[in-house]
Each structure stands twice: as structure tokens, then as C-alpha cells.
Write a protein that binds this ligand. Structure first.
Ligand code: PAF
Length: 280
């Protein structure tokens, strides 16, 4: 497995593989890899022949008050994990390689970026769509894999690929959870021990929503109220950013539980914001 920081080298290696008839897979990451990422790499490996993992802590998707500086970094550890998961090439560019002097072109996906995380993180999805569009253009993969944990991000990327006619298949890998249900995330490492204990309540609130809907509740307001009650009781160190029940495709909040519903939430612990979701 090779590592490169340069776009021209990345393109040369991928072009050689393509000439040999290999299908190219891409797994974009920001590093600090955990089992959730590794499951995406393994999924890419099953569906393609040559897997590129990009490791790039993308500054344009962080707001001025967000945790870019606190975001965990461990390129050496990440490389070892990628190798074990079956990656063939790591692309780990510096900021100047991706955003050279004078960079001024951004991708803005409208509508579905407004609610949920978009409401409390203005500009976040513009940064995500821009960097993913650039990575797709650099690698030109047959397949790119993202995680369901970032459900809104997955929807935004699918919409961008459709709207810009990008010739790539998008695959979404399932959420990987810790034994107590907490969704794996690079940000979990930033929680204090007490916050970490309380963070398991996020998943319990999603399971409560599932149970209520399965038992016949159709009012999204009632489900959200019970989820909020559980979170306030079991995760008092976290402030609820949002709890929403939305149509899985449009991401529009609904008053009645829609046929294809997604329940999504974000909780802010003092220094760490966590998100999670479940399909109902
Ligand atoms: O999900 C992430 O880690 C990032 O948002 C992504 C897709 C790698 C873009 O920077």
C-alpha cells in the first residue's frame, strides 16, 4: 500500500490501475480512523478492485467556532489501519494541494442542506460538497463509499452527484456502534469519561422512537417529545441541538411519520457535538 500527498501522483497510480481494467473505489475520510471507517474500506474492497482512501482534514467544512484544531490526527496509525482493512492507496494531501492560492470555486447544494446539521453549521455542507466534488474529480472512481451515520451528508452527496451528472456510484455503509450503542465517531475520543457514559443515551432515544412508531404512534411531535425527555434525563451534560423526523429522501421534517422516515438528532456536549440517526 502506497501513500501519496500529490494529486499528480494519485492520478498516475489510479490511471495505471484503470488501464489494467481495475474498478476504482474511493473512501473519503478526515482521518482518526475507527471501525466505522474500516467497515467502509472493506465495503469498497468488496465492490471494487483498487481502493483509494483519502485522509484530509478539510478546513472548509468547519465553522470559525468549530473544533478543527481539536480534531484528532494520527496519520501513522491511520495508515496501519487502512493497510489491514485492504486499502491500496492513501491520498493524504496538505491544505495547499487541495486549496491552492486563489482558490475560489465552491459547490452549493441547495434545499436539503438547510435543515438538521445545516441549520446549526452554516457553510458546513458547502465545504463537504466542494471537497467531495474535488476528490471525485481527482480520483475519478467507479464507486465512492460514505457512512450512514452522516445521513444528511450522504443525501447531499447523492444529490450533488445526480445534479452534476458525475459518473460515480455512491454506496452507503451502515452505522457501526460501540457495545453500548454509541455510534462510532472520531469525535467520541474528545468526550470526558462521564460524557462518554451519557452519550449512549443518544442510541437509546433512537430505539425509543423506533419502538413508538412500531407500536403505532404517527405524530412525530409525540415521538420527539419522548426522545427529548429521555435525553434530558439520561444525558444531562448534553444540550439537544435538534431532534427531527424527516422524509428519508427530501430530509423535510414531517408532522406525521412518513413512509420512509429518518429520525436524526444532534446533541452538544460542552466541547463535542455528536450526531446519530435511524431509519424508522
Ligand atoms: O465524513 C467525513 O469524514 C467528511 O465529511 C468527508 C466526506 C471526508 C469530507 O471531508
Amino acid at each position: 500500500m502506497r501513500t501519496t500527498t500529490r494529486i499528480d501522483q494519485l492520478r498516475a497510480v489510479v490511471a495505471a490501475q484503470r488501464r489494467r481494467g481495475r474498478r476504482i473505489g474511493l473512501v473519503p475520510t478526515m482521518g482518526a480512523l475507527h471501525e466505522g471507517h474500516l467497515s467502509l474500506i472493506r465495503l469498497a474492497k468488496r465492490k471494487s478492485d483498487f481502493v483509494v482512501v483519502s485522509i484530509f482534514l478539510n478546513p472548509t467544512q468547519f465553522g470559525p467556532k468549530e473544533d478543527l484544531r481539536r480534531y484528532p490526527r494520527d496519520l501513522k496509525g491511520d495508515a496501519a489501519k487502512c493497510r489491514r482493512a485492504g486499502a491500496d492507496l492513501i491520498f493524504a494531501p496538505g491544505v495547499k494541494e487541495v486549496y491552492p492560492e486563489g482558490f475560489s470555486t465552491y459547490v452549493n447544494v441547495e434545499g436539503i442542506t438547510q435543515g438538521l446539521c445545516g441549520a446549526s453549521r452554516p457553510g458546513h455542507f458547502r465545504g463537504v460538497a466542494t471537497v467531495v466534488c474535488k476528490l471525485l474529480s481527482m480520483v475519478r472512481p467507479d464507486l465512492a463509499v460514505f457512512g450512514q451515520k452522516d445521513a444528511q451528508q450522504a443525501a447531499v452527496i447523492k444529490r450533488m452527484v445526480r445534479d452534476l451528472d458525475l459518473a460515480v456510484k455512491i454506496a452507503i455503509g451502515p452505522i457501526v456502534r460501540e457495545p453500548d450503542g454509541l455510534a462510532m465517531s472520531s469525535r467520541n475520543a474528545c468526550l470526558t469519561p462521564e460524557e462518554r457514559k451519557q452519550a449512549a443515551a443518544l442510541y437509546r432515544s433512537l430505539k425509543l422512537a423506533r419502538r413508538m412508531v412500531r407500536d403505532g404512534e404517527r405524530e412525530t411531535g409525540a415521538v420527539k417529545r419522548e426522545m427529548a425527555r429521555l435525553l434530558r434525563r439520561e444525558a444531562p451534560l448534553g444540550a439537544i441541538d435538534y431532534i427531527e423526523i424527516v422524509d428519508n429522501e427530501t430530509l423535510r421534517p414531517e408532522r406525521k411519520v412518513p413512509g420512509k422516515a429518518l429520525v436524526a438528532l444532534a446533541v452538544k456536549f460542552p466541547k463535542t457535538r455528536l450526531i446519530d440517526n435511524a431509519v424508522l
